[in-house]
Write a protein that binds this ligand. Structure first.
Ligand SMILES: NC(=O)c1ccc[n+]([C@@H]2O[C@H](COP(=O)([O-])OP(=O)(O)OC[C@H]3O[C@@H](n4cnc5c(N)ncnc54)[C@H](O)[C@@H]3O)[C@@H](O)[C@H]2O)c1
Length: 466
């Protein structure tokens, strides 16, 4: 199998490397020449555990290559994947499909060129009747696959291609494991030939008995959005339950365990925190809400999830200020973790971007550290003071704020933390410490949805219940 992967971001690069590991010959294409140059040198432009080794192994074996030349990548390809970005369109929250459509047009042009050469006898090989499968891997709203098909039809009225949708469910930070051992693979297409090619590509997973869900294109597109919106809803649900726990003196960790052990509910995505962020959930929920509104089938649950989540992230700044005595001006905060989750350098829509700028604007000095996200964070929040490690951030700070639960922040030397902070206050937005351990270390500990939570809402809410 020969495939081309258009876009070498978090999804394209991981998918391309994993398909080559499965045995396909993969050419990854990006219009960012600098990225391709770095990849050719063996440098990985993103942080994703295990990716460097996987790319090196497969590039070394001659199964994985990188180019800016889409036409060359497409020559003789059985399938071409579109894995370009689909960010939120400015203004209306709809998915910006300009990159997807541009890629489709370029693919159409390249395939048409190949066909013309073939018909003109320009190639040494005989006409093959070869049909390339054009697969959309980017997350795209329902109807996009059909629009990609129409773009290709305009360039290739005589045919020679089939379309399919193959949404990706990998998570940054565990992307390789997710791609190699997915819960399922979803493939939407009308074409039996496309099904055959996709089955062959995913054959190693088929042998592992991974469920492969074949659907219509529209259904595959919607499955991806419904999955993300459901997970975002689960997170938002437990976050609101955490607020209630604080108000009534219950413990959200125990509530999450108590409900999560019910097989109908499941334990995952029930970790209370500062609100979801990242490159997918916020933009995909927004795009789904737009699609639903346009189809006159509104998804009011998802609309509410977005509104609740946005206000939660904003309220985290107030919460931190309240714990620090209300007026944050002149105070110093030590912040650990800036990326939207651990094991990635991705800062897109990270909660830290909603929480920290208002605190800085209110006059706080923010000293921050993140194991992988600082280069990107510096571009987005240049006013922060960036430190070289966790303990350096704490020197003379009035409070320590944990925003992202990187493993290296889970086992801090609490005696050292207390010694470094000017005031022994720890605000843990991810509940990674036990309140008892913190109390034993002499630290005033504030977490989410547990005893010792925000001091601002509890008394009033308890009075109201009494
Ligand atoms: N990041 C994730 O965890 C994740 C998970 C599942 C699905 N997705 C979806 O996958 C898609 C890609 O996401 P990402 O995070 O990998 O994006 P990204 O921004 O990291 O990468 C996109 C890449 O595509 C390149 N590109 C854009 N137009 C191009 C063109 N015409 N030709 C060649 N290259 C082009 C860009 O230069 C960039 O390198 C999105 O639709 C996203 O919603 C992302």
């Amino acid at each position: 199998m020969r495939i081309a992967m258009i876009g070498t971001g978090y999804v394209g690069l991981v998918s391309g490397a994993c398909f080559s590991e499965f045995g396909a010959t993969v050419t990854c294409v990006d219009k960012d020449a600098d990225k391709i140059e770095r990849l050719r040198r063996g440098e990985i432009p993103i942080y994703e555990p295990g990716l460097e080794q996987l790319v090196a192994n497969n590039a070394g074996a001659g199964r994985l290559g990188f180019t800016t030349d889409l036409k060359a990548a497409l020559a003789g390809a059985d399938a071409v994947f579109i894995a370009v970005g689909t960010p939120s369109r400015r203004g209306d929250g709809h998915a910006d499909l300009s990159y997807v459509f541009a890629a489709a047009a370029e693919i159409g042009e390249a395939l048409a060129g190949e066909l013309t050469r073939e018909l003109a006898g320009d190639l040494t090989r005989a006409p093959t009747g070869h049909r390339t499968i054009v697969v959309t891997k980017s997350t795209v709203p329902v109807g996009t696959g059909r629009r990609v098909e129409r773009i290709l039809q305009r360039a290739l009225p005589q045919g020679g291609f089939e379309v399919a949708s193959n949404p990706e469910f990998l998570r940054e930070g565990s992307a390789i494991q997710d791609f190699m051992r997915p819960d399922r693979v979803v493939i939407g297409t009308d074409s039996e030939h496309a099904r055959e090619v996709m089955r062959a590509l995913y054959r190693p997973l088929y042998l592992l008995e991974t469920p492969i869900v074949f659907t219509a294109i529209e259904t595959a597109e919607l499955i991806k959005y419904a999955a993300n919106a459901f997970l975002a809803t689960k997170i938002t649900f437990i976050n609101e339950v955490a607020d209630l726990c604080e108000a009534v003196g219950a413990d959200v960790q125990d509530v999450a365990r108590g409900i999560g052990l019910d097989g109908r509910i499941g334990r995952k995505f029930l970790h209370a925190g500062p609100g979801f962020g990242g490159s997918c959930f916020p933009k995909d929920c927004q795009a789904l809400v737009r699609t639903a509104a346009e189809a006159a089938a509104p998804l009011s649950i998802v609309e509410t999830v977005l509104a609740v989540n946005d206000s939660r992230k904003r309220r985290m700044a107030d919460r931190i200020a309240a714990i620090c005595g209300g007026d944050i001006a002149g105070k110093t905060l030590a912040v650990l973790g800036l990326t939207f989750k651990p094991n990635t350098d991705d800062m897109r829509d990270s909660p830290s971007l909603s929480i920290l700028p208002p605190l800085a604007e209110a006059g706080a000095t923010i000293r921050a550290f993140d194991p992988e996200g600082m280069a990107e964070a510096q571009k987005l929040m240049p006013h922060l003071t960036y430190c070289t490690d966790a303990y350096e951030t704490m020197q003379g700070a009035d409070a320590l704020v944990l925003i992202t639960e990187w493993n290296e922040f889970r086992g801090l030397d609490l005696g050292r933390v207390k010694g470094l902070l000017r005031h022994p206050v720890v605000i843990d937005l991810r509940n990674i410490y036990k309140p008892d351990d913190m109390a034993a270390a002499g630290l005033a500990y504030h977490s989410i949805g547990r005893a010792g939570g925000t001091p601002t809402t509890k008394p009033a809410a308890l009075r109201a219940i009494a």
